[in-house]
Design a protein around this ligand. Structure first.
Ligand code: SF4
Ligand code: SF4
Length: 144
């Protein structure tokens, strides 16, 4: 019978369950060094004004605008925009802050890039919404 979880998996420190969930979901298709964020790689977002972003979460930040459809065609934005190129080239090994030393980094893949950007105006920042990142939750190595 399935266990009934009363808390999110990370709060319950159920690391095997987190890994199982991740391995059966989208993240498993990414290579080992990639961020889990698919913005500018598998998806994009266009707002009402024709502005193009990697995803709707990124539309909050003008710095993350990849282009505008009134100024250039989508294929050009997709292929040539500096923002999209950056999203495709950044690597987990360059992440800044507490995510860098997190033992879940290769499975979590450093959370959301738009949320990380919101903290330090830097796509390489840690996603500080995470309780592990904020040091509110310490993972227990000895739990078996
Ligand atoms: S600190 Fe949190 S967001 Fe960062 S890699 Fe670890 S689990 Fe993911
Ligand atoms: S991780 Fe965040 S920024 Fe990246 S695609 Fe998902 S919601 Fe958008």
């Amino acid at each position: 019978m399935k266990k009934a979880y009363k808390k999110p998996l990370y709060e319950a420190e159920m690391i095997e369950d987190i890994n199982l969930w991740i391995s059966t979901n989208l993240v498993s298709t990414l290579n080992e060094t990639e961020f889990g964020c698919t913005a500018g790689k598998d998806n994009f977002y266009i707002d009402d004004f024709g502005n193009v972003y990697g995803c709707s979460m990124m539309a909050t930040y003008t710095e993350l605008k990849a282009g505008n459809l009134k100024e250039e065609p989508l294929y050009e934005i997709w292929n040539e925009s500096t923002v999209f190129k950056k999203l495709r080239e950044i690597n987990l090994q360059d992440v800044l802050g507490n995510c860098k030393n997190c033992k879940l980094l290769l499975t979590c893949k450093a959370g959301c890039r738009a949320c990380a950007f919101s903290f330090h105006n830097d796509l390489m920042s840690s996603d500080e919404r995470c309780p592990i990142c904020k040091k509110e939750l310490i993972l227990n190595d000895d739990k078996s």
